[in-house]
Write a protein that binds this ligand. Sequence first.
Ligand code: AKG
Ligand code: FE2
Length: 491
Amino acid sequence: MCEYITEWPPPDSSDSAEVDLVADPTCQDQAWNPYLEDMVRLKDMTGPDSANKKSKLDWDDAIPDNARLSLAKWARQNQGLASKSDPSTHVKTRLNRLKKTHSAVQFLAQQILTILANGNCHRSKATHFMIASYFHELGWYDSALKAIQLASAGTWKKPLGDLDRNEFGMLVENTSDEEREVLWWHEKLRLQCQMRAKARDRLDVKVTAQRQVARVDGKDLSVATFRQDFVRAQKPVIITRTLSRCVKESWTWDLIRTVAGQKEVVLKRWEKDSLEWARLEPSVTSTVDNFITGIQQRDEKVMSLYLFDWSLPLFCPELNRLFEMPEYFRHDYLKMTPDHALYRQSWPSLFIAPKGVRGGLHIDAFASNFWMMLLQGRKKWTFFDPEVVPHLKPCYDESFDPVFDQDMEDSAKLTALGAFEIILEPGEILFVPRGSPHQVDNLEDSVAVSGNFVDDSNFEETIQHLKINGLLDPRALDLLNELSTVHSKVK
Ligand SMILES: O=C(O)CCC(=O)C(=O)O
Ligand SMILES: [Fe+2]
């Protein structure tokens, strides 16, 4: 299913998967056909006899084994539907928009019916996997989960979360790439279905008004107290008056220009319907100098762009040398791993935003805790307890870091969901516990430095995330082992 589309419109693929399905009349038998109920619903959507007639929308007899590729090809044949009217340049975003249209839904439903009508009841794992992909694009997550369970039957005996490190290592070693991909999809769909089910429960938030976050004077807050009262308690807090400990001179536009002006950066832009993390898509490349000039001159082309999470150790050691890591985060496990380890050098990172720019609601990756020190401007932070996640309409289409469909303008709803709302001022540090969904609005042009970190407070959750990512990404597996070593040393 991991077939990437790099061109728009996508080219015809000569290696479209042949559908290896043999007609089998016993498929009408409920005992043999796990998809009968789905077929009834699909037929309701596409009209009578749809399963028997060949899809009119099909361009040839081969149905791609990947629903997204199938959609992309269909869009290519129906140019007007997908391209000209859509301003986004990003294929995945355009497909995400497209798949919500009536005709795309009909197309997907028809494709599934065609697969099922031609299929035998003893379908191969690959076919169930293919069916899962179509249900997934249609947003029928329960049906997709059922299909992926059929595809993964017998691959492993215990839920991933229950495997200890050795068992997990054995699973990864003894399972083929394809099977691991199926497992990854299984975990993702299980999570999506769980979230949908939990969203039906009443949310038990005790608050009736938007909550405040404590401000604590950094002069009176020891590292030990911070770690005990806030990090281990997973309680957000704002630490004030720490600026002079972190920067020796003020990070003015001139200072940033002088030190980092010639560096090239990829700026991001928030895009509705994007499936990228925080709905932020890579946009134009610019020098830091040109970006700052654009902001100062209020250049319209620049005012929607964001320099977001730009690693200082990796990309601008000169500026990194002018920043002293706040003592509250120096115990970060990510900094105690070997030099080459994933994320070892990622933070601190720099954020530069024009007034009015924002990222979408998101959760920081791999259950990491987060801190941000604001150096210039003001930022409005809105965030939620981790328990609120199912009620924010999370969507795990692309990864385990969901995007959210919650309307963030609906302030009554945000209050009911127990949103915290704070305005971060220059010189302040905000601590955000792992798993807390948040959205940030830049109320003024701003400059900030931030970091994600792992310690004893979130170690277990981070390991669970890395296990899942490790199914597809060997670097996540390495990090899992490296963090475990650090954890047992510092315990
Ligand atoms: O300042 C921002 O826009 C938010 C930063 C953030 O949430 C992150 O890097 O994860
Ligand atoms: Fe974040």
